[in-house]
Design a protein. Structure first.
Length: 112
């Protein structure tokens, strides 16, 4: 298994069978699609899906996990952004960055 979303497709190519994923909490269908396309030898489609997830993945590491994921779910009105100490919610600047990316990607939580 890959433990890093950004290495998911490369790890599959090296023999991995899956991923322990942060981005899959928000995009489970698209994360699955990378795997499906890869297993069907649809390399261009798998790469395109991975690249689509990469932009979201980058912004999910602006703060410790699960803070950005919870903020994204709250933005979609599916959860609260509350976290327990020692974690803290995103700053206003971090939220603006996250929301800009979510809006640019026309974010919808798939499969939840």
């Amino acid at each position: 298994y890959s433990g890093n979303d950004e290495l998911y497709l490369k790890s599959l190519a090296l023999g991995a069978d899956g991923v322990i994923s942060v981005v899959a909490n928000l995009e489970p269908r698209n994360t699955q699609a990378v795997y499906t396309h890869f297993k069907r030898s649809q390399d261009a489609q798998a790469q395109r899906m991975q690249e689509a997830l990469d932009r979201l993945n980058e912004v999910l590491y602006i703060a410790p996990n699960p803070v950005p994921v919870k903020a994204a779910l709250a933005y979609a009105h599916l959860a609260t952004e509350a976290v327990r100490l020692p974690l803290v919610t995103l700053s206003a600047e971090e939220k603006a960055t996250l929301y800009t990316v979510l809006d640019a990607l026309k974010f919808e939580v798939n499969g939840l």
